[in-house]
Design a protein around this ligand. Structure first.
Ligand code: B12
Ligand code: SF4
Length: 475
């Protein structure tokens, strides 16, 4: 039986994907182990004609689509196209979009089944049942339609032993056509519960980890098979278990792997210490990202982050002392926050000499507690034009109408203004960082020539080009 796995293309910040998709690679490996003939097509890297060609030529019995919230509508179009091309095809949707809002997704009408949470076991059981002509009512983690109604089966327990999974199969992709790195997961889930985060919608709250040995074996395999030496860790919380993180670094060093691993997706600033930063740097980690999000203690509390700014500052200092490039995530306009707080956040990043400060607006995504907060707080209101299913930020920029919500104390206009100030500060910051790093003590002499709008944006472009592929595959 033939299965086609795919994900839609979206106009996002990222012009071209830098890495083949891990979600499709792991699902492909699981299905292959069960004896299915699998093909993958990553629409981020192919034209829609390519998709139709594959449908016509491969004629899959099952189509598995992966989508984030922003990808659901495109995925639905693709499911419809598939049904028109191969009428008997069974369409299955999985990923964050489905896990966060099953009614909306199943309501689009072109998916036969939806999978909530981790997909490996559910997709494999469902595909086996389809192949063997067995019913699907008992398959845990599955959502399906019956007579126009959405039926939700019993949830599936999260996988306990991540080491039992097969190695993701990247042979389905032109690995070298993407970039210089491959994505890898070493843990799943997160024990925290931040207001704006949907990570625990896939799986349950808490963290599970692969053993150090299995992670390092995987890296070694990819290095030998594809000559890939850079791995981006997509974990939500890489160092929840510090001992395991140490063991992983020790093993990389012991085997003399000579690889790099990037923690650009972020680690919790309080799940790490100076010793681990130094060890990570020694084992080949050049960059680490940490969430700052806000400098206002009341907002920090409302976001349920369970961390203080002082602790974040301490970790930034430790990471810098270890020689790591530090990137931060900062958000604009959380509960209680006003315009001046954002200026403080910029100042904090500058004082801490953060190498790559990143700023974004909050997205009250379906399924998130933030959306409930916006809907229920008497001082907050959603932008009537905001639709999470069509929201995108092509080129990494958003317009004044793209701010998802406002509060009485921080209006849409002020939020947009703050966003622009943040972006300008990032440009200045990157220019200064570049000049300081590469031109040493003579660098500051160049500030008067470089710190103006056109020079800054040119320098930012050059700087990001320089970084790309070296330390951060998707910045
Ligand atoms: C790497 C990554 C990216 C990469 C690559 C994404 C890709 N699809 O190839 C890049 C940088 C391109 C990217 C871009 C974006 N991302 Co992103 N990304 C991630 C990240 C860190 C890891 C994804 C991953 O590979 N996980 C490992 C795999 C194995 O897990 P998984 O994808 O969840 O898949 C499992 C299940 O979901 C399920 N499943 C998934 N697909 C399918 C399909 C079927 C048929 C079945 C049965 C099951 C199934 O089974 C899988 C195995 O268990 C996640 C956060 C995270 N830790 O997961 C955010 C995350 C997915 N991204 C997110 C967002 C918002 C974006 C952007 C919109 C950012 C932007 N502003 O531009 C874009 C949109 C991209 C798109 N095409 O939709 C959000 C999604 C939120 C949501 N509600 O949808 C997340 C959750 C981050 C967050 N905390 O908010 N992203
Ligand atoms: S710590 Fe990070 S991954 Fe965990 S809930 Fe908070 S934002 Fe999400």
């Amino acid at each position: 039986m033939k299965v086609l796995l795919t994900q839609p293309r979206l106009p996002t910040l990222y012009q071209k994907p830098k890495e083949p998709p891990l979600n499709l690679a792991i699902l492909a490996a699981v299905l292959e182990k069960e004896g299915f003939t699998v093909r993958c097509i990553d629409m981020e890297a192919h034209s829609s004609r390519g998709y139709l060609e594959v449908l016509n030529e491969f004629k899959p019995h099952i189509l598995g689509l992966s989508a984030t919230t922003m990808g659901v509508l495109k995925a639905s179009e693709m499911a419809l196209q598939a049904k028109r091309t191969v009428p008997e095809i069974v369409t299955i949707i999985g990923g964050y979009g489905m896990s966060c809002d099953r009614d909306y997704v199943m309501g689009t009408g072109h998916f036969d089944y939806g999978v909530i949470g981790e997909g490996e076991l559910t997709l494999s059981e469902l595909s086996n049942n389809i192949r063997d002509g067995k019913p699907c009512e008992e398959v845990k983690g599955l959502v399906w339609r019956d007579d126009g109604k959405t039926i939700v089966n019993e949830p599936r327990e999260p996988l306990k032993d991540l080491d039992s999974l097969p190695r993701p199969n990247f042979a389905h992709f032109n690995v070298h056509g993407y970039g210089k790195s491959l994505p890898i997961f070493t843990t799943r889930g997160c024990p925290y519960n931040c207001l704006y985060c949907v990570v625990n919608k896939v799986g349950v709250r808490g963290s599970r980890a692969k053993s150090a040995q299995s992670v390092v074996d995987e890296m070694e395999y990819y290095r030998d098979r594809y000559h890939i030496k850079v791995f981006s860790v997509v974990d939500d919380n890489f160092s929840v278990d510090k001992q395991r993180a140490h063991a992983m670094c020790d093993l990389i060093l012991k085997r003399g792997l000579n690889i790099q691993f990037l923690l650009g997706q972020g680690i919790r600033a309080d799940n790490i210490d100076r010793e681990l930063f130094f060890k990570m740097k020694q084992a080949g980690c050049p960059i680490v990202a940490m969430g700052v999000e806000t400098t206002n203690p009341k907002t920090m509390k409302a976001l349920r982050r369970g961390i203080r700014l002082e602790r974040i500052a301490e970790s930034i200092e430790d990471a810098k002392a270890a020689g790591l490039i530090v990137k931060t995530f900062n958000l604009i306009g959380g509960p209680h926050e006003v315009y001046e707080d954002i200026m403080n956040t910029i100042a904090f990043n500058e004082e801490m000499k953060v190498d790559i400060p990143g700023y974004g607006v909050y997205q009250p995504l379906p399924g998130s507690d933030l959306l409930e907060w916006v809907k229920n707080d008497e001082h907050a209101r959603l932008n009537p034009g905001y639709d999470p299913y069509t929201w995108s930020n092509p080129g990494g920029d958003i317009g004044p109408g793209d701010i998802p919500f406002e509060t009485d104390y921080f209006s849409f206009e002020e939020r947009y203004k703050a966003y622009k100030v943040c972006l300008a500060s990032v440009n200045q910051h990157l220019v200064k960082g570049f000049v300081d790093r590469h031109l040493g003590r003579f660098g500051p002499l160049l500030y008067p020539f470089m710190l103006n709008r056109p020079a800054e944006s040119m320098a930012r472009k050059l700087y990001l080009k320089f970084l790309r592929g070296r330390i951060e595959p998707w910045d």
